[in-house]
Structure formats: structure tokens, C-alpha cells
Design a protein around this ligand. Structure first.
Ligand SMILES: [Zn+2]
Length: 652
């Protein structure tokens, strides 16, 4: 999903055009995203956190099918009906089944295939006693009759109005399905198929997942029967209901075949929205080429307008609250990443959202050029705290953290692309799309890592560990010297990582300027301080690290000349600090650390240096390798005839 931009409020003709114009402004898009995310803080606050993960009992069965047969009454704002759940036993034996449903909904009866079943309903969980003990591999059926008004604070099932008419919409991600229909509400358990039969007052049109099997009417109510033939996560089951106006487009996936793209729009948006929706089919074409064919080709794709400010990637029928190009592209990309392959749990939500945000950048690249791609990526750089992996998946705001789940996660894919190379990167995505272990199933970070390793033949555990499970970014500082070696030039390059949390392992592009033009070399960097010897043809006149910004990093270059002793960095520090200095000519340099009593603690260097900037690192130990105590220390340099000293503070 994407909380995008502003809430659509269209009450007069004069403002109809305004929302889509605003959508083109990219910075407000992100700021508003954050603002709206905060506004949604209370959305699942009443949730029983214990039921976010599947219970032990739920891990003992696998749902294969749901029939959702409900009446929706907008006058009383109630949902009532019957849910049939068919499940297969995964444990040696099973006598009960736990099914999520919020307590404010009323269960009136539960039947099995052989008659009425005993059940309890408390702590937002139905516990059904099955009619007998079922053994491994056997299937059981629970038919649940229920009714009630879905808890409005969950905002998962909403009775709304647009232009004076009923607008009923669901939005269940991540835990909201249980607020309006009983189910095993866990993303890892996707039923093989779902029937969705919805009865509404005549005049309302129901948009939902899959294909429309039938529409029948009894004069006062209409029943829409939708069938989703592909596996679907419970949070992707949706209804959007309004006296919609509809129109279609077509995705021609071969010279003879095409798939209908169906749009359910508010009648007062019908005239202007078609130009915006015209981006959809080209985006389906692009992603089918980049990732593999659109996953629900036998059914449809479509949009149904709803009353939320952003979009939600309901399977085969995205709900949209505005018509921005990037929102359309983002939600479409989820049909591959999120819907066809779903995060196994919301700890791994980056597998949905990072891919969808990165798809926005790919759309930019293949529509507007590579330069605009990099521009798009730069907007989503995030240097703050937190891991891409969600430690607490009962925290709605943490799951949908715009910086981590969306922006940094898309940078993980941007970086992965550079680590493995362009052609292997797209091979990975095609293999991932085709992999029968995950296709129409679910995925964890480790499973995706294994796909990447299989296709690339590279070891990528360090890559995923540091970018998914650890925080922050590398802060590189570098220095270099050159010498003429006959026909070529040698570069002695030192790269230091000065961040305090952990050391990153990444290939780094090193761009070298010479009189003969620019050359880009790649160094494999994995140490706190690492030296590289490089050779180029012409005399190097400048060197830059990661010039095209393929790494989420900061790069510092010490630009100083003449004799200088600079302040250590960081200061104060915990064990490791860097002491920069510069010598104007080839000089013998001695740099030593003293304590406040003037006693020599450590000699950091004692050798000849070429002209230019250099640094040494002190790791807080004395000349015997013992860690010294916290406090003030002095460092003193003797370089040729120059002498200088400064103080520094070690805080352990
Ligand atoms: Zn999304």
C-alpha cells in the first residue's frame, strides 16, 4: 500500500482537477506520506497483539478455501452472513481450530459438515471444537454464521459517502480482515481460492477480487459473485462498493490475446480520470517485461476508487484514493510483489513495499531515462536509525515506516542491482517470479537471499545482514597518493569506514580522473581501514568514491594542503578515532599519543610519508596492546621540521 499525497476531497466542479495536479509534486508526496502515517497511529491500537502472529493451533492447519457470503446494509452499517472455511490438518491430529474475529462481531452459529459445532469467542478469537479428531492430511470444514458492525476504529471496513451516495470500502492490511470476516488472518496462509458473494441494495456496484461469476437481483438487492482462482492473502481480499461508473482498457499480451483492465470510478470523476488511468497498461507492459508476465492474466487488473488518501494493492483490483502516476505504478507493481509473492509475515513487509517503491524508480528509468532514475533514488535516501526488518510486527506505524519499509528497502534493491550487475539483477527478478516455491506463495528475506545467491553465484549473506538486519550506513573517508611507474601510474588508495556501529562489506566504485579521460574501477571493501593498489594509464588528477551513488553512504574527502595536524574524528570517541594530517613535501613523520601527565602511551606511526593528506587511526590501546582508560589524551606530530599537538577525549 502507499499513503500518498492528499486526501481526495471533491465537492465542487472547481476542485476536480486539483488533486491530480498536486500529485505531480514529489516532495510533498513524501512529507504527506509521513503525516498521514502518523494520523493513522490509532488504526489498530485495539488489537490483541498476541493474535498478530499465528497461534500454535493455527500453525497446525492450512486453509485451502473460503466462501465469503455476506449481506452489507449501509443503513444499519452492518455486515452479516456466512463464511465457509475449508482447511487441511498439518499436525498429527487436530480437535479444535482457532479463527480470528474481533469480539464486537457476533457469531450466531458454527456448523461442520456433520452438524452444529461447539465454539467460544473471546479475546478476538473463535475457538471451534471440531466434530471429531482430524488426522494429518485430512480436511475439515467450518461454516460460521455471524453479523455486526465492523469496529470503525480499525478502518478496515468503512461505511462512507461520496457525492451523497454510499461508498463502502474495505482496507484490511495488515490485520483488518478479522474485523469484518472470520478467517485465519495470517499472511503466510493463503487459501488456494476464494469465492466472494456480496449482497447490497440495488443500485450499488461491488468491485472485488478475481472475476465476476454472476450478478443476480431480487428487486431490492443485488448479489455480486466474484471468484478469485489464485491463492490470496486474507488482507488482500477486498470489496469496494458504490454506484460506480465503469470503463475498460486492454492489455494485449500477445498478438492474439488480451486481458481486460477494469476501472470502477466515481461518476463525477469519469471525464477527467481516464487520462490518468491511461498510464496503467503501459506500466503492466513494462513490469511484465522486467519481472515476468502479469500474474493474474486469466482474471483482470483494475482500479476501484475509494475514500482513503493513498492506494491499496488489492489482488487484481487496486483501491485508489487518487490518480497519481506513481501511485498507479506502485500499486500495480504490488500485483507481482506483495500479491503473487506475499511477505511471509509483516516483519518482512519490505519484500512488498521496497519492491513497489523500487518499481516506481524502474518506471522512471524506462519511461524518462537513467538520469531521472538516479534522481528518483536520491529522493529516498534515508540515513536514520532503525532496521529494514520490522522487529515488532504488532506495531502498525513501525510496519509502514516510510523511511525503512519503503525508502531504505528500495535502496536495498538499488544496491543489490549494482552489487550483482544489471543483467543478473533482472535475471534474479525473473527467476524469483518463476520460482514455484514462492510463486503465489509467501517469502522471507532469507528465501529471497537464496534466490539471489543461486542466480548470481555470489555470497550475499553479508549484504542482506547489514542492510536488512542492521542499522545506518557506511561513512567512507579516503585518501590517495600516486607514483609514476614507467608507462602507467600507481594509486595507493586508503578507504576508512568511520561509522561507529559496524563495518559494511560492499563493492565501491572508484572513479579516477586522468588526462586520458575517466576510468571507473571497483574495489571490494570490507575492513575498517583498507588499502588498495590500483593502476591507471594516465596521471590521476582526481579520485571520487561511489560517484553515481549506488551505495547508501556518506563520503568524506579531506581537502587540506600544507603542513597541518587536524582534529581527530570522531572526538569524543569510544576506542577508535582517526587523526588526519597533511605534509607539503616528502617527510618523516612520527605521531604519538600522550596522557595528561606527559607519559608516552602509543606510537601511531613512525615512517616516511609522500606529500598530501593522510591519517592514522588510534584504537585506544597503549604500546603493549592494552586498552587504556577513558579521559583526555594528547597527540603530537613531528613531520620534518614541523611540530604540532592537539588534545582528544576518549569516552568508553
Ligand atoms: Zn505499497
Amino acid at each position: 500500500m502507499l499513503l500518498h499525497k492528499i486526501r481526495l476531497i471533491v465537492v465542487t466542479i472547481s476542485v476536480i482537477i486539483i488533486p491530480c495536479i498536486l500529485l505531480a509534486q514529489e516532495m510533498p508526496r513524501r512529507q504527506l506520506h509521513q503525516k498521514l502515517a502518523r494520523a493513522k497511529a490509532e488504526r489498530f491500537s485495539g488489537l490483541q497483539a498476541a493474535t498478530v502472529e499465528q497461534t500454535q493451533n493455527q500453525s497446525d492447519y492450512d486453509v485451502t478455501y473460503y466462501d465469503i457470503d455476506i449481506d452489507i446494509d449501509p443503513t444499519t452499517e452492518t455486515v452479516s452472513g456466512t463464511i465457509t472455511m475449508v482447511a487441511e490438518v498439518l499436525s498429527a491430529s487436530l480437535s479444535q481450530a482457532e479463527i480470528n474475529l474481533l469480539d464486537n462481531m457476533t457469531v450466531s452459529q458454527i456448523n461442520g459438515t456433520a452438524g452444529t459445532l461447539v465454539y467460544t469467542h473471546s479475546n478476538d478469537m473463535i475457538t471451534v471444537t471440531l466434530d471429531r479428531i482430524y488426522n494429518l492430511g485430512e480436511s475439515f470444514t467450518d461454516i460460521i454464521e455471524y453479523s455486526g458492525t465492523p469496529n470503525p476504529s480499525f478502518e478496515a471496513f468503512n461505511f462512507d459517502k461520496h457525492d451523497g451516495n454510499d461508498m463502502i470500502w474495505s482496507f484490511s492490511e495488515p490485520f483488518g480482515a478479522r474485523s469484518w470476516w472470520p478467517c485465519k488472518d495470517i499472511p503466510s496462509d493463503k487459501p488456494d481460492s476464494v469465492d466472494i458473494r456480496v449482497t447490497v441494495p440495488t443500485g450499488l456496484i461491488v468491485a472485488s477480487n478475481g472475476t465476476l461469476r454472476n450478478m443476480s437481483s431480487d428487486g431490492s438487492t443485488d448479489t455480486y459473485w466474484w471468484h478469485e482462482k489464485y491463492p490470496i492473502a486474507t488482507y488482500l481480499v477486498s470489496v469496494a462498493i458504490h454506484p460506480y461508473k465503469t470503463f475498460s482498457d486492454w492489455y494485449h499480451y500477445s498478438s492474439t490475446d488480451s486481458m481486460e483492465v477494469q476501472y470502477y470510478v466515481f461518476p463525477d470523476h469519469y471525464d477527467y480520470i481516464q487520462d490518468y488511468y491511461a498510464k496503467t497498461v503501459p506500466a503492466i507492459e513494462l513490469f511484465s517485461e522486467l519481472y515476468g508476465e502479469y500474474p493474474f492474466l486469466d482474471e483482470k487488473y483494475g482500479h476501484a476508487e475509494f475514500m482513503w488518501s493513498g492506494g491499496m494493492e488489492h489482488q487484481t483490483i487496486t483501491s485508489l484514493g487518487n490518480c497519481g502516476e506513481y501511485l498507479i505504478v506502485h500499486e500495480l507493481a504490488h500485483q507481482w510483489w506483495g500479491d503473487m509473492i506475499t511477505c511471509n509475515d509483516f516483519h518482512n513487509i519490505w519484500m512488498n513495499e521496497g519492491f513497489a517503491v523500487y518499481s516506481e524508480a524502474l518506471w522512471t528509468e524506462f519511461t524518462y531515462g537513467k538520469e531521472m532514475y538516479h534522481h528518483e533514488m536520491l529522493k529516498s535516501k534515508y540515513f536514520g536509525e532503525g532496521t529494514v526488518y520490522v522487529p515488532d510486527d504488532s506495531d502498525y506505524n513501525r510496519i509502514f515506516d516510510v523511511h525503512l519499509t519503503y525508502d531504505k528497502a528500495s535502496w536495498v534493491l538499488h544496491m543489490l542491482r549494482h552489487v550483482v550487475g544489471d543483467s543478473i539483477f533482472f535475471d534474479i527478478l525473473h527467476s524469483y517470479h518463476d520460482d514455484t516455491r514462492y510463486r503465489y506463495g509467501t517469502i522471507t528475506t532469507e528465501q529471497f537471499r537464496d534466490v539471489c545467491e543461486d542466480v548470481s553465484g555470489m555470497q550475499l549473506d553479508a549484504f542482506f545482514q547489514q542492510w536488512i538486519y542492521e542499522e545506518y550506513y557506511p561513512n567512507y573517508i579516503y585518501q590517495w597518493t600516486t607514483n609514476n611507474n614507467g608507462g602507467s601510474w600507481n594509486i595507493e588508495l586508503t578507504i576508512e569506514q568511520t561509522q561507529t556501529n559496524h563495518i559494511f562489506t560492499m563493492p565501491i566504485d572508484v572513479a579516477v580522473e586522468t588526462a586520458f579521460g575517466d576510468t571507473t574501477l571497483v574495489v571490494q571493501n570490507s575492513l575498517a581501514v583498507q588499502h588498495f593498489s590500483l593502476t591507471v594509464n594516465g596521471e590521476p588528477t582526481g579520485i571520487s568514491l561511489d560517484p553515481d551513488e549506488w551505495i547508501l553512504c556518506k563520503v568524506e574527502y579531506p581537502t587540506y594542503t600544507g603542513f597541518q595536524l587536524l582534529q581527530n574524528y570522531p572526538n569524543s570517541f569510544n576506542l577508535n578515532t582517526r587523526i588526519p594530517f597533511c605534509v607539503p613535501e616528502r617527510s618523516f613523520v612520527t605521531l604519538q599519543v600522550y596522557n595528561v601527565e606527559g607519559k608516552l602511551i602509543s606510537t601511531l606511526t613512525n615512517r616516511e610519508y609522500s606529500p598530501g593528506p593522510h591519517w592514522v587511526t588510534w584504537n585506544g590501546t597503549n604500546n603493549h596492546g592494552q586498552v587504556v582508560s577513558s579521559g583526555m589524551y594528547f597527540y603530537r606530530i613531528l613531520a620534518g621540521n614541523n611540530i604540532a599537538s592537539k588534545k582528544m577525549l576518549m569516552l568508553r
